[in-house]
Design a binder for this molecule. Structure first.
Ligand code: BDR
Ligand code: CA
Length: 310
């Protein structure tokens, strides 16, 4: 039986690749997309969610709009310089055909968890605002969700949006702290593995040779992402596989090694958004998260490309 997953996402160039690969994988059943601000404003991200499910005939999958800003704080800080103003690499995609689900994201998440008790995996690929709000509204969901597999954080390395913080966690550190504090099974797919999984131009040639709607879309939108990775990391056309690593982990967890440690999130000061792994349990009895630390990067990239071109 296919594993039921719900993406909470801010599409987003790498979100698109993660979602399209999942939609093409029979082991996974996507029960819905909830959307959040992050890579672009939430209205843009919600429309992109619709575009993604419609691209290859998955129009029946509901897409719901969620939080447009973090729980508390500060000015809204979007990833448009990485993903384009439209979240799709400034390609100005046509409007989606369908409409958003009328339920707000938090309501949709709560209903899905209760519809599939013990069976649903939440897969956040953006700031954790919707997930934290769902937990706050109905704390019981912690015992009803099968697993939370999220892209975010950096346990043992540097950050990307700041010297210490990863972007998804930084965009709503308070929400992330709520998610890591809850008593549920969390897998953290952070920069520890995603920055070691670097897709090369020759991989992209193989991907784009797929010549299907998914690979054609990725071919259009990814140059913007490549330009960012060139400019900031000097990667010469290569880029980090952040959100798609989550799909790879869902499909083949054996491609990763993990450690278990409670995770805390800094919510003040210069280190705002930093994730801290309490490896020696010195800060108390918080439930440990599964923190991915190593990846068989070659196999991850090949797996994702295979799914996208098959
Ligand atoms: C994360 O931030 C966003 O730019 C990506 O979509 C990914 O979810 C990487 O830090
Ligand atoms: Ca994302």
């Amino acid at each position: 039986m296919a594993r039921k997953i719900l993406f909470d996402t801010d599409p987003g160039i790498d979100d698109a690749m993660a979602i399209l690969a999942a939609l093409r994988s029979p082991e996974l059943e996507v029960v819905g997309l909830t959307t959040v601000f992050g890579n672009a404003d939430v209205d843009t991200c919600a429309l992109n969610g619709l575009r993604l499910v419609e691209l290859e005939g998955h129009d029946h999958i509901p897409v719901s709009k969620g939080a447009g800003a973090p729980l508390f704080r500060r000015e809204l800080d979007l990833g448009t310089e990485v993903h384009g103003l439209d979240g799709m690499g400034n390609t100005n995609p046509p409007p989606p055909r369908g409409r958003l689900d009328p339920r707000p994201a938090v309501q949709f998440i709560l209903e899905m968890v209760r519809t599939y008790p013990g069976e649903l995996t939440l897969v956040p690929l953006g700031p954790l605002t919707n997930i934290a709000m769902a937990l706050q509204q109905d704390p019981e969901i912690a015992s009803l969700v099968e697993e939370v597999v999220l892209m975010g954080g950096s346990a043992f390395g540097v950050g990307n949006i700041s010297p210490v913080a990863e972007a998804n966690i930084f965009h709503d550190a308070h929400a992330a702290e709520i998610v890591f504090r809850a008593d549920w099974d969390v897998t953290m797919v952070g920069l520890d593995v995603t920055t070691k999984t670097i897709v090369q131009p020759e991989d992209l040639s193989r991907l784009y040779a797929g010549k299907n709607p998914a690979t054609d879309l990725l071919e259009r939108i990814q140059p913007c992402y490549q330009a960012f990775h060139d400019q900031v990391y000097g990667l010469n056309g290569a880029f980090h596989l952040h959100d798609p690593s989550v799909t790879a982990y869902l499909l083949k967890p054996e491609l990763y090694t993990a450690i278990q440690a409670p995770v805390y999130v800094e919510t003040t000061g210069l280190c705002f958004g930093k994730t801290i792994a309490d490896v020696h349990r010195q800060w108390g009895a918080r439930r440990a998260a599964r923190i991915l630390v190593e990846a068989d990067s070659r196999a991850v990239i090949d797996l994702l490309i295979d799914r996208l071109i098959q």
